[in-house]
Ligand binder design. Structure first.
Ligand SMILES: Nc1ncnc2c1ncn2[C@@H]1O[C@H](COP(=O)(O)OP(=O)(O)OP(=O)(O)O)[C@@H](O)[C@H]1O
Length: 589
């Protein structure tokens, strides 16, 4: 079967949604690892700041040793410098994860638009394209925000916990419960937030749709003085949008309250417990308390805001945009593969010629003009017409050896003249002047089916009526001298080569003209029994009559039909039949 260099199919794109997002991110796992590594470096200040501050106070400033205190603060400054450098690299790594996502999403959206079930390809829906493009952009942007928010949340929280554990476990014990409670409550609220945001988006789209329709019909509405009725109709959509927005606003207000609780709760708890903790069982020093407070003030507060506002906000938009994309993009249909390269040269090989015109270079007058033809796998067609009318030219076009100036030629769904298509796997043309190579009989018969077993080649020779010739020549190993063969013998060798080839379409361009009528019949019947599509440029009436369909080229309007149909429809055909030869030697009228 023919092959193409690009074997990617559109159906390889999954539908836009979480699996696509996860697959796209999964493909960039190296960049994700890089991102994690740089995030760890970036969170060093979060892990060390409290510890360093405690040392600066206890071992430096409170002990009256300013130099030591300043040295510790200098170290803190250097650690922040390293963290800032790491931030630069995290941005680059985030870009290399998120940017390809846009291509993947657009690929999925376009595949869905082209191959989706129920897509009406005759009506370009530019509004939908714009909306979908906007949603793709939204998904890409929010994925970036989410990724960078999520990694800062996780790494900063872990770094802070580790730092607090090392510096003041008693403060950690007091501060951790409000943090965990805020996270649990936020997780419980998330479902409501998603539902309300989705409802708000849908209500917003409904308003845009109904208002757009009203504006588009404004002339008619004004002419019929029906503005009041239209306003009454659209008012329902506006009310639904207002209700959805209010419900969303209430959920967002609750989210704000949770943010404040998670941000300041740990700090307040630590400050309230401070008098008990200082000098307590684990000997909390003033420096350690200040260091612990700095952890809570400079790390926990931003981390909780990240969770509820950035992750909650961007995550919400991402979930809703992905769901909207999935809902608005129909499922690519796995059965609709006719446009994919896989379908090219499929087993159901057929011939399609659509409104083809062709002129040899230089001569302005077309040899063929307006030729249409459609053959199914297994069809047998004879092409007849006066000499010079263009029968061989049609054969060349079908075999991909010439390109039409206008119209389309497809064999097995592919353009046979496409250099990316393996033409010999698609179609085999045997011209009148049979071509025999200097080489063994095996080389000659197996030329188009390299590596085929001898049995296959011998069977081909026998079926086209060349078994006796093969025996006389000395079998498959015999070296053939083309000059020593008669025209008929050369045609038998060429016929066996075509028979043995894997091409599902065989074109015999007067390829049996030097054979006796009985041998011609035998060869043609062998090709019919071989399967596939057979096109015979016929020169004898019997040869044409054997075909299921006859195409008569007459220079003006090609006609196709059975022998009887053409007899009653065309004087030219009757004329050809009267001569016994369907190729008249008189010139084209
Ligand atoms: N390579 C070529 N360059 C220019 N003109 C050509 C070329 N080959 C064929 N022609 C012209 O194109 C026309 C159609 O030729 P074609 O061989 O297709 O006709 P045909 O019907 O097969 O004829 P025949 O039955 O005699 O083989 C003829 O006028 C021929 O002279």
């Amino acid at each position: 079967m023919p092959s193409r260099r690009d074997d990617r199919t559109y159906t390889a794109f999954p539908r836009p949604g979480w699996p696509l997002l996860a697959g796209s991110l999964g493909l960039r796992w190296r960049a994700l690892l890089r991102l994690a590594a740089w995030s760890m470096v970036e969170s060093l200040p979060a892990a060390l700041s409290g510890l360093v501050i405690a040392r600066a106070i206890d071992g430096g400033f409170l002990a009256g040793d300013f130099r030591t205190g300043l040295l510790w603060l200098g170290l803190l400054f250097a650690v922040h410098g390293v963290g800032a450098l790491a931030t630069r690299f995290t941005l680059a790594a985030t870009g290399s994860v998120v940017e390809p996502l846009r291509d993947d999403l657009l690929g999925a959206v376009v595949a869905s638009a082209v191959h989706g079930d129920g897509v009406d390809r005759s009506i370009p829906d530019s509004a939908k394209v714009a909306r979908v493009t906007e949603q793709v952009e939204e998904v890409r942007r929010t994925t970036g925000t989410l990724l960078s928010g999520a990694r800062r949340f996780v790494f900063t929280l872990v770094a802070t916990t580790v730092g607090l554990l090392a510096l003041a476990p008693s403060v950690l014990a007091v501060a951790l419960p409000p943090v965990l409670l805020a996270i649990v409550l936020f997780a419980a609220l998330l479902g409501t937030l998603v539902r309300r945001q989705y409802a708000a988006v849908v209500a917003n789209e409904a308003v845009a749709r109904s208002a757009g329709e009203a504006l588009a019909g404004s002339r008619d509405i004004t002419a019929s003085r029906s503005w009041e009725a239209v306003c009454a109709d659209t008012a329902g959509d506006f009310r639904a949008e207002r209700a959805a927005d209010l419900a969303m606003a209430r959920a967002v207000a609750l989210r704000g309250a949770l943010t404040s609780f998670g941000s300041y709760g740990p700090l307040l708890c630590a400050l309230a417990a401070a008098p008990l903790l200082i000098g307590g069982a684990d000997g909390l020093t003033v420096g350690a308390l200040v260091g612990a407070i700095s952890y809570l003030a400079s790390n926990i507060e931003p981390v909780m805001r990240l969770l509820t506002e950035v992750l909650g906000g961007a995550g919400l938009v991402l979930v809703v945009s992905l769901r909207r994309l999935r809902d608005t993009c129909p499922e690519p249909s796995p059965s609709r593969v006719e446009d994919t390269p896989e379908a090219v040269g499929g087993s159901d090989a057929s011939v399609e010629v659509d409104d083809v015109a062709f002129a040899y270079g230089g001569s302005g007058r077309p040899v063929l003009d307006g030729v249409r033809l459609r053959l199914r796998h297994g069809d047998h067609l004879a092409v007849v017409g006066p000499s010079g009318i263009g029968k061989s030219t049609l054969a060349l076009l079908l075999a991909g050896l010439a390109r039409p100036d206008r119209g389309v030629v497809r064999v097995g769904g592919a353009d046979p003249a496409d250099p990316d298509v393996r033409r010999t796997d698609l179609v085999c043309l045997i011209p009148q002047e049979a071509y025999v190579l200097t080489g063994t009989l095996r080389d000659n018969v197996g030329y188009l089916c390299e590596g085929a077993p001898d049995g296959h080649l011998l069977e081909a020779l026998a079926n086209v009526g060349a078994a006796e010739l093969a025996e006389r020549l000395g079998g498959l190993d015999a070296v053939v001298d083309p000059a020593a063969l008669s025209n008929g013998q050369r045609q038998l060798v060429a016929l066996a080569r075509a028979y043995a080839s894997p091409a599902p379409v065989v074109i015999l361009d007067e390829a049996t003209c030097h054979l006796a009528p009985s041998d011609e019949r035998r060869a043609e019947e062998a090709f019919r029994a071989r399967g596939g599509t057979l096109v015979v440029i016929a020169h004898r009436i019997d040869s044409a009559r054997r075909a299921g369909t006859i195409l008569l080229l007459d220079g003006s309007r090609p006609l196709a039909g059975t022998h009887e149909e053409l007899l009653s429809a065309s004087d030219l055909y009757t004329d050809l039949v009267g001569h016994g030869e369907v190729r008249l030697s008189r010139p084209v009228p």
